[in-house]
Design a protein around this ligand. Structure first.
Ligand code: HEC
Ligand code: HEC
Length: 459
């Protein structure tokens, strides 16, 4: 009998030991928590973590992805050049990759080839489609670069002032409050304009986000705050110039773009001055300097290349989580849910079906966003409406990949204009609907705050 108990005891011991080993990777439910992007997850923790194709693309799709990749990194030049022509006459940068560095984020400077910060501009009111009203002579975006013979629309000066924040435990953190000034407009600029700074975000899981069913996103809205957590959330609806329809917004920092096709085509047109079959008119249309320097064939970008770049962005993989079994990371994850960061940064979402692309079809993903707009308070406000987004509202920033930025980009800048230099600063700027969560974060002990940050770094 005694022997029998020893054998059982040993079996339990061995059993629990092997379970323990398994939990290095799997949680109790057997689910691998590292699979941030489901089947689109890539195991690459190098500088290229954002740049790998999702696994499982067939030979043809791989080839299209590669051509898209090359075009994404291609420098465009002013006409008349035989290839990759059409840059400008006014623009913000000469290639996608200068802003989305390694498919990651931009640098929050303005006016040079490594600047990833751009400024939207508009007048008060709404246009016929409910969108922002362009400023005569300037349109909807300040192009701060120009080809030879043309003038940039203006320069932006960026300054920061210190803003100290003190935790209940006495710890102090200096935030930096940006001050933006438009200088040297190339022509008269009527007063009363509104500016919105936007830093190029990292391009993680774009195809998966595009494939989340509209009904899922709408189900996250809690317009009357029925659960009393102070979080409501709002879907943006935007007018899509290409489909000529009002559509749900998902992309852009105010969910101000509907599809990847429109997003990429608008990047070519607004950010680089390159027209395409989707955006056929130059951003500087109507400016006197347009006719002087731009006699080239329109649209400037070959149709297939636009489609390939869209496919490239859509089929980028999502970096796997790291350190998921670390005790601090696990505790940080629990705290993240307990203080309701998860109220907006939704940990788990299911994508819809895509019969052409298995990697994004019916995947359980962990984007840490609801793709909804939230009032983030006066401190983060740009005070410039964008379709249904008011001046205080921003789209919940997806947090997947956020812990890889210091490796992919070397530098880390957070929030819509890159004002936050650390994850802690980013959290401390939260206000409005996120005020409760921010206050609960501030009331945590230093150890707990560090655990939460460690969790974010594992994403
Ligand atoms: C001047 C810098 C700049 C350049 C050049 C640029 N982008 Fe962007 N990109 C941005 C900014 C800023 C945003 C956010 C825009 C907004 O809020 O409307 C953005 C957003 C995006 C998004 C949506 C991301 C999201 O999370 O919703 C995609 C996709 C994208 N860009 C792809 C491209 C491609 C492809 C190119 C080249 C054709 C390109 N970008 C060129 C700055 C840039
Ligand atoms: C009410 C919704 C809401 C809640 C609650 C919330 N966030 Fe956010 N979060 C946002 C929005 C919206 C942004 C983008 C704000 C901006 O860019 O100005 C953001 C941005 C961030 C960023 C910067 C992301 C980036 O890529 O720059 C981090 C980090 C972050 N949140 C972490 C947290 C943590 C941790 C908590 C809990 C303490 C939390 N958030 C609670 C809505 C929320």
């Amino acid at each position: 009998m005694k022997k029998f108990y020893i054998i059982i005891g040993m079996a339990v011991f061995v059993g629990s030991f092997s379970m323990c080993h398994k939990s290095d990777v799997f949680s109790e439910s057997g689910y691998d928590e590292r699979l941030t992007g489901g089947a689109a997850t890539v195991f690459d923790a190098t500088t290229h973590a954002f740049s790998d194709p999702m696994p499982g693309l067939d030979a043809r799709d791989t080839r299209v992805h590669q051509i898209g990749d090359q075009t994404f990194a291609q420098t465009f030049v002013a006409p008349p050049s035989p290839i990759f022509t059409g840059l400008g006459p006014i623009y913000n940068n000469i290639t996608c990759i200068n802003c989305h560095r390694n498919d990651g984020e931009g640098i929050p400077t303005s006016g040079s080839s490594n600047s990833g910060l751009l400024f939207r501009i508009s007048q008060p009111g709404k246009d016929v489609n409910g969108g922002p009203v362009p400023v005569p002579g300037f349109g909807l975006q300040i192009q701060d670069q120009a080809v030879f013979g043309a003038q940039p629309e203006a320069n932006m000066s960026i300054n920061y002032t210190d803003l100290p924040v003190t935790y209940p435990d006495g710890t102090t953190v200096e935030l930096r409050q940006p001050v933006y000034l438009l200088q040297n407009p190339y022509t008269t600029l009527a007063s009363g304009y509104m500016l919105s700074p936007r830093l190029a975000p990292r391009l993680v899981g774009m195809g998966l986000l595009e494939n989340i069913p509209e009904s899922t996103i709408l189900s996250f809205v809690d317009a009357n705050d029925a659960n009393g957590d102070g979080i409501t959330g709002k879907a943006n609806y935007i007018y899509d110039d290409y489909t000529k329809k009002t559509e749900l917004g998902r992309f852009g920092l105010k969910a101000n773009t509907s599809t990847l096709l429109l997003q990429v085509a608008t990047a070519y047109q607004q950010d680089m001055g390159v027209t395409s079959y989707v955006q056929t008119v130059e951003s500087g249309d109507g400016q006197a300097q347009m006719s002087v320097v731009h006699g080239d064939v329109q649209p400037e970008l070959v149709d297939s290349l636009l489609n390939y770049v869209v496919f490239y962005v859509k089929t980028l993989g999502v970096p796997a989580r790291r350190n998921v079994t670390d005790a601090d990371v696990k505790q940080g994850s629990t705290l993240f849910n307990q203080i309701n960061c998860s109220g907006c940064h939704r940990p788990t979402v299911q994508t819809g079906v895509d019969v052409n692309l298995a990697g994004i079809s019916n995947q359980r993903i962990h984007p840490y966003t609801d793709l909804l707009l939230h009032d983030m308070g006066a401190g983060l406000a740009d005070n410039r409406p964008d379709f249904l987004a008011n001046g205080k509202e921003w789209r919940t920033a997806p947090l997947w990949g956020i812990g890889m930025l210091n490796i992919t980009n070397g530098t880390e800048y957070f929030l819509h204009d890159g004002r936050a230099r650390t994850l802690e600063e980013a959290i401390l700027w939260h206000d409005g609907e996120a005020k409760n969560a921010k206050q609960k974060f501030m009331n945590l002990t230093l150890t707990e705050r560090n655990q939460l940050i460690k969790f974010l770094q594992s994403l």
